[in-house]
Design a protein around this ligand. Structure first.
Ligand code: B12
Length: 431
């Protein structure tokens, strides 16, 4: 069963369970303020609780003082039943994440429902089975997945279980702090903060008020598909994922990010000798083809934006690496810049001639080899010699460039990736 089906079934089960309990007119309602504890670990079981509205967190304090969260309970969620049925004290703490209402059933009332209401018993059994399955899934994830994968999985599960569909994603309708998420993922809070920021930067999650919004599972699957297709250099797969991305209206920026992230993984594998140069070339050609297919969408998405300025862009002489240049160029176009692409292996004289001809606001250069970085300096010198340096802002990029190096060759700006490159260009236009 897929995660999505499981979540849909669980949600439906919670709904039916709550309906059944409410129809019995048993139990009293308790209102909880945000952060209020329903019961502590070690408390005797005085009630079994069914969540009526809001969200609660069920967690345990481990002997070393860390907290481990088992689950978030939404409407229809059940707290205290396992401890009651097994005849021991609560071994978890249940605390509200936002304003919540619960139905508190006395053990005698719970027993009455169990013994006289067959529908209640069957729903309860399903809930307990589901909870056992989630626990074993989580134990498997803890053993097999790293923190980043667990975080993605947990957010996706929360979005499926407690998400409200919005235009671009699923809004998790619970006030979750970084600490709450860290407890659910079994990691420390500072790691989770860094990883959440990383996911935010990639555009996979974002905040809406106090709630997290997670990209839809369908879009997440497409982005994973794009990344994988570049990594495994499968052209036909990449083509079909790009088609799906276009059909499903995936943000072109996210699609570009996913392709770049696949290429970054290729770089890492090449650097650690796990891939040959030929593999890199295959991945690069898949990436190039995908970029060409996505380009019309990035341009379309930028059409509402008025032209911000003109950029002359090229990879410097002696260098044929152009994937990075093409991505930056595409995002600049999407943001509303007019980009004049001079291609690769561009000598200084051609850059100078293009600046003279097009009078751009920005001259952008890419260099990927340590030997060709120096050619960026030569271009800047050639602009000086032609009396054009003061007419244009020069920005540089490419893996070997550092902010220090950019300063040394007297460039006006440097950015480590496409997203920041666009911000840099935009910032320079405001000066
Ligand atoms: C793909 C690749 C190739 C492909 C290029 C395909 C293409 N069409 O571009 C092929 C296989 C053809 C190739 C050839 C070569 N390559 Co090569 N290649 C790479 C590899 C694996 C990935 C580069 C890449 O495309 N990254 C993905 C893109 C998206 O990232 P990016 O370019 O960094 O761009 C991002 C940022 O830097 C920034 N950015 C880029 N440009 C700009 C510009 C501006 C203005 C701004 C603001 C930002 C910005 O934004 C981009 C998007 O986020 C790197 C490894 C690496 N770690 O970088 C080696 C690497 C760059 N190659 C290397 C080498 C040595 C070569 C060859 C000499 C190999 C050979 N022996 O023939 C030839 C060079 C040919 C030449 N004269 O240029 C070395 C360079 C070593 C060095 N320090 O000088 C590297 C580092 C691999 C290594 N570890 O040895 N390569």
């Amino acid at each position: 069963m897929t995660g999505e089906h499981f979540a849909r079934d669980a949600e439906e089960l919670d709904r039916q369970f709550l309906e059944r309990v409410e129809a019995s007119h048993l139990g009293g309602i308790r209102c909880l303020a945000r952060g209020e504890v329903l019961h502590w670990q070690g408390d005797p079981v005085e009630y079994v609780f069914v969540v009526r509205s809001g969200n609660l967190k069920e967690y345990a304090l481990l002997p070393d003082g860390r907290a481990y969260a088992y689950r978030v309970l939404g409407a229809g969620g059940l707290a205290g039943a396992t401890a009651y049925l097994l005849g021991h004290d609560h071994d978890t703490i249940t605390q509200s994440l936002d304003e919540a209402k619960v139905i508190a059933l006395q053990p005698s009332e719970f027993d009455r429902l169990l013994t006289t209401n067959a529908r209640f018993s069957s729903l309860l059994m399903k809930k307990l089975a589901q909870s056992a399955k989630s626990s074993s899934d989580r134990a498997r994830d803890l053993g097999l997945l790293d923190v980043q994968q667990r975080l993605k999985r947990s957010l996706m599960d929360l979005a499926r279980r407690h998400g409200i569909a919005t235009e671009r994603g699923l809004e998790i309708a619970a006030d979750l702090t970084h600490e709450d998420i860290a407890q659910l993922v079994a990691a420390n809070r500072s790691t989770i903060t860094v990883l959440l920021n990383e996911l935010k930067k990639q555009g996979l999650i974002w905040k809406k008020g106090r709630h997290w919004v997670v990209i839809t599972p369908e879009h997440a699957q497409i982005l994973d598909g794009l990344r994988e297709a570049v990594l495994s250099a499968r052209a036909w797969e990449a083509r079909s994922w790009v088609e799906r991305a276009v059909e499903s209206d995936v943000d072109p920026m996210l699609a570009l990010n996913a392709l770049s992230s696949g290429m970054r993984q290729v770089e890492e594998l090449y650097d650690s000798n796990e891939l040959e140069l030929a593999d890199v070339m295959w991945s690069a050609s898949v990436m190039k083809e995908s970029l060409a297919l996505i380009e019309p969408c990035t341009i379309a998405s930028g059409q509402q934006v008025p032209s911000l300025g003109t950029v002359v862009f090229g990879t410097v002489q002696g260098d044929i690496h152009d994937l990075g240049k093409n991505i930056v160029s595409m995002l600049l176009t999407a943001r509303g810049f007019r980009v004049i692409d001079l291609g690769v292996d561009v000598p200084a004289e051609r850059f100078v001639a293009a600046v003279r001809e097009h009078q751009p606001d920005i001259l952008a250069m890419s260099a990927l080899l340590t030997t060709t970085v120096q050619n960026q300096r030569l271009v800047i010198q050639a602009l000086e010699d032609a009396g054009l340096r003061s007419t244009v802002k020069v920005i540089v990029g490419g893996a070997p460039i550092t902010p220090h190096l950019a300063g040394e060759i007297a460039a006006d700006g440097y950015a480590p990736d496409a997203r920041e490159a666009v911000e840099l260009a935009w910032g320079l236009m405001q000066l």
